[in-house]
Design a protein around this ligand. Structure first.
Ligand code: DGL
Length: 275
């Protein structure tokens, strides 16, 4: 691969702040790569929208990153990954990495009793993205899925350890707790922000799978395969774009990433819909 191509950044997008959980993993797995992040904060949540809308938004988000001249795209949104990954792969001729397959592989490796729980947005759960991917890898695994839509606004709000988060987690997770799962896939990139509460409520003996870790490894393998690693030695930088006012995004990003995040630019929604 030519020099110019390798030095381009990696594009990452999500409906909001959830993809930052993937940015955190990418920055530790591939520390010298530059990242361009787009969070569609004006239109979050995606998980309660129709498949057609999710495909439309996913293609617009990916095109925004293509226009930022990225060398690969990480669909850091399980909802878009479960519905629109093929459409995005077919539309753009650069590597596109989603969340579902890496997360499913990770979960199948982790489980001992072959009973896996999956939590995600309504769209991800309705599309049975994880159960299909897990059963394809090992038909003997039992998968129990539960949509937890309210976790997304709680994460966007930064209510990481709020009492309301405990109460809602209790309500959502009580039935999974009775099913003797030993592994729980956090099948939405917003959920690792609430991981402490989720772990406490589901119980310490259930292993949480953060699909961001698995997908960061998948991105590394894809850069290997395509010979696309940067030649740089210095720490990579991250640029952030959002489609609505960045105040809350900045606050939660700093809380979650544990560092100052200053380079956040707001873009006009029109920019997404006319290109
Ligand atoms: N963070 C996204 C996901 O992984 C989407 C959450 C939403 O917009 O509903 O599914």
């Amino acid at each position: 691969m030519n020099f110019m191509e390798k030095e381009k950044p990696i594009g990452v997008f999500d409906s909001g702040i959830g993809g930052l959980t993937v940015v955190k993993r990418l920055a530790s797995t591939l520390p010298v790569e530059n990242l361009v992040y787009f969070g569609d904060t004006a239109r979050v949540p995606y998980g309660s929208k129709s498949n057609a809308t999710v495909v439309e938004y996913g293609l617009q988000d990916a095109r925004f990153l293509i226009n930022k001249n990225v060398k690969a795209i990480v669909v850091a949104c399980n909802t878009v990954s479960s519905i629109a990954l093929n459409e995005i792969k077919n539309a753009f001729h650069i590597p596109v990495i989603g969340m579902i397959e890496p997360g499913a592989e990770f979960a199948v490796r982790e489980t001992n009793n072959k009973r896996i729980g999956v939590i995600g947005t309504r769209a991800t759960i309705m599309n049975q993205a994880y159960s299909n991917a897990i059963k394809k890898l090992n038909p003997g695994v039992e998968v129990f899925e539960k949509a937890c839509p309210l976790f997304v606004p709680l994460a966007e709000e930064g209510w990481i350890k709020h009492q309301a988060t405990y109460d809602i987690a209790e309500e959502y997770l009580k039935e999974l707790r009775d099913l003797e799962i030993d592994t729980l896939v956090l099948g939405c990139t917003h959920y690792p922000i609430l991981a402490e509460v989720i772990q406490e409520v589901i119980g310490k003996n259930v292993k949480l799978v953060d699909s961001g870790i698995a997908s960061a490894e998948a991105v590394m393998r894809e850069l290997d395969r395509c010979d696309l690693h940067t030649n740089a030695y210095s720490q990579g930088h991250q640029d952030y774009f959002v489609s609505d006012i960045p105040v809350k995004f900045k606050e939660v990003a700093e809380l979650f990433l544990g560092k100052n995040v200053n380079n956040i630019q707001k873009i006009d929604l029109e920019m997404l819909t006319v290109i």
